[in-house]
Write a protein that binds this ligand. Structure first.
Ligand code: ADP
Ligand code: ZN
Length: 518
């Protein structure tokens, strides 16, 4: 087959035009090059490997972790007239042999496999006699040891690099922060120049963040302005969803609760009511949202802090699916931050994992405190970008700022003098000129930056660190020990003696200087 991608889009899929960077990615892969594709859920990743598989000679191999989803996909493709098959543990011997025969004869356009099936020695052996058009690794973040979905068998997929060096490889995912992206691209030898990141902007969503003063008052003010519309209020705990729903019902809203502690029937009933009803407020923990696809969710309110920027993006992304204006507000307070930290510390996760979750939380706080356009900070986190949006709280009502140039210079030079590898706890201790055994051992009390930051307390320095991370001047070694280093942007900031405005810092809390080290 040598049809043109656009003809295939129209005749096979029945769509009029490609979306976003689909056409570019498809052409790139058809030309035989590798690709890393980062697009949000629903962005249209499947077409990016399905069409090259139809255009290039041979069978497209798709690695996918979920057998149920795989079977759905195959059924849909067959209905559209494609020659698709799935090989997994559920498929019996005779059918399996028949699929292999068809693949060898080039009669299958796409074959889906779970990684554990693919990595069996006999599968790999048989694959050598099949002509492959493209290798697509879906949900590629599963290979990252730092991701939330790590699947050890995904690590083994790098054998494909050696076995089929000339077949274009694609890695596709909807969630990957910078270290995860780098890990995927390196592990599958895709080449950083083959990255396609797109589609994260949701222009109709207005972003807003506010410090928590009085949760109930702030919540009611936000919701009263949106009475009669449907939306979601996210809470951290099961008990709190019940309490907030009760408060809202007492104030004349129709609120429903949703959390994993409710029995299945009650949960499903509330989900159905929300899905089909109008003017309902769903008060939920993050258990709610998987597979929800209500187009007219007009607002998402976080009364508690989400776990990370990815989680925040996913949760706010449930608003405005219909493309009409939607509004979000995230409230954050010192207590929330402490609670989130405790959650992480008290979990059973290994120490490295906990450190990573603390860094992810720091990135979210950097977003919350940033005085840059919210959309810019969000998109840059995913490797995407945009001009200041005019549709977020920062653009519409710029926050109070101060000239943070000297603070930034002090922090960057302290990172530099200590060798660019210590975590923020240590760097801040040096800036504060603390007397500390480790500092003495390392000789860091002899540095010119020792004690030059006493005008701020520890909490204020932590805010400065987060803001400089959000600005991209400082890099945190997320996968390692959280060491701070100066980014290329930070180096040119110093070299060119640039200036920077930072969001005003909170007044020192008592005992701030001695507050817990982190
Ligand atoms: P992802 O895998 O990125 O989550 P999918 O590939 O499942 O997303 O696509 C999401 C939906 O968008 C599917 O229903 C798909 O058919 C549809 N879609 C994809 N590309 C286009 C397009 N160019 N035009 C219209 N619909 C599209
Ligand atoms: Zn903005």
């Amino acid at each position: 087959m040598s049809a043109h991608p656009l003809d295939i889009l129209r005749t096979v899929y029945g769509y009029g035009a490609f979306r976003g960077r689909q056409a570019e990615i498809i052409d790139h892969v058809i030309a035989g090059r590798h690709a890393f594709v980062l697009m949000p859920t629903g962005g249209g990743k499947s077409l990016c490997y399905q069409i090259p598989a139809l255009v290039r000679p041979g069978t497209g191999l798709v690695v996918s972790p979920l057998i149920a989803l795989m079977e759905d996909q195959v059924a849909t493709l067959r209905q559209a007239g494609m020659r698709a098959a799935a090989l997994n543990s559920r498929i019996g011997g005779a059918e399996r042999d028949e699929i292999w025969r068809q693949m060898r004869r080039g009669e299958i356009d796409l074959v889906y496999m779970a990684p554990e099936t693919l990595l069996r020695p006999e599968t790999l052996e048989r694959l050598k006699s099949v002509r492959l058009s493209v290798i697509a690794i879906d949900e590629a973040h599963c290979l990252s040891q730092w991701g939330h979905d790590f699947r050890p068998e995904y690590r083994g997929l790098d054998v494909l690099v050696e076995l089929f060096p000339d077949v274009p490889r694609m890695a596709l995912t909807a969630t990957a922060d910078a270290p995860t992206r780098e890990e995927i691209v390196a592990h599958l030898a895709i080449g950083a120049e083959n990255s396609f990141i797109a589609g994260f902007d949701r222009p109709n969503i207005r972003y807003g963040v506010a410090e928590k003063q009085s949760q109930t008052q702030q919540m009611l003010r936000f919701l009263n302005a949106r009475k009669g519309e449907s939306g979601i209020v996210y809470c951290l705990s099961k008990r709190k969803t019940e309490e907030v729903a009760a408060t809202l019902n007492a104030h004349g809203f129709s609120a429903l609760a949703y959390h994993a502690g409710m029995d299945m029937a009650a949960r499903e009933a509330n989900q159905r009511r929300f899905q089909h009803g109008e003017g309902l407020v769903m008060v939920a923990t993050i258990a709610f949202g998987m597979g929800i696809d209500k187009p007219d969710v007009r607002f998402v309110l976080h009364v508690d802090l989400p776990a990370s920027i990815e989680a925040y993006y996913q949760e706010t992304g449930r608003a405005g699916r219909d493309g009409l204006p939607a509004e979000t507000l995230m409230l954050y307070g010192a207590e929330d931050i402490a609670l989130r930290r405790r959650f992480i510390d008290e979990s059973d996760a290994p120490a490295e994992r906990k450190r990573m979750e603390h860094r992810k939380l720091d990135a979210l706080l950097g977003f919350a405190e940033s005085c840059q356009c919210r959309r810019q900070v969000l998109l840059r986190y995913f490797g995407d970008d945009c001009p200041p949006c005019g549709n977020c709280d920062v653009c519409l009502d710029p926050p109070e700022t101060f000239d943070g140039t000297i603070a930034a210079q002090k922090l960057l030079s302290c990172i530099h003098r200590t060798g660019g590898r210590y975590g923020q706890g240590h760097v801040i201790s040096v800036l504060l000129g603390e007397e500390d055994e480790r500092i003495a051992q390392l000789g860091h009390d002899k540095l010119s930056t020792y004690g030059i930051g006493r005008e701020f307390d520890r909490a204020q320095w932590r805010s400065i660190v987060r803001q400089l991370v959000a600005h991209g001047l400082v890099t945190v070694d997320v996968a390692g020990h959280g060491g701070l280093s100066i980014s290329a942007k930070g180096a040119s900031f110093l070299r060119e003696r640039s200036s920077i405005m930072l969001r005003a810092l909170k007044k020192p809390a008592h005992g701030g200087r001695r507050a817990a080290r982190r």
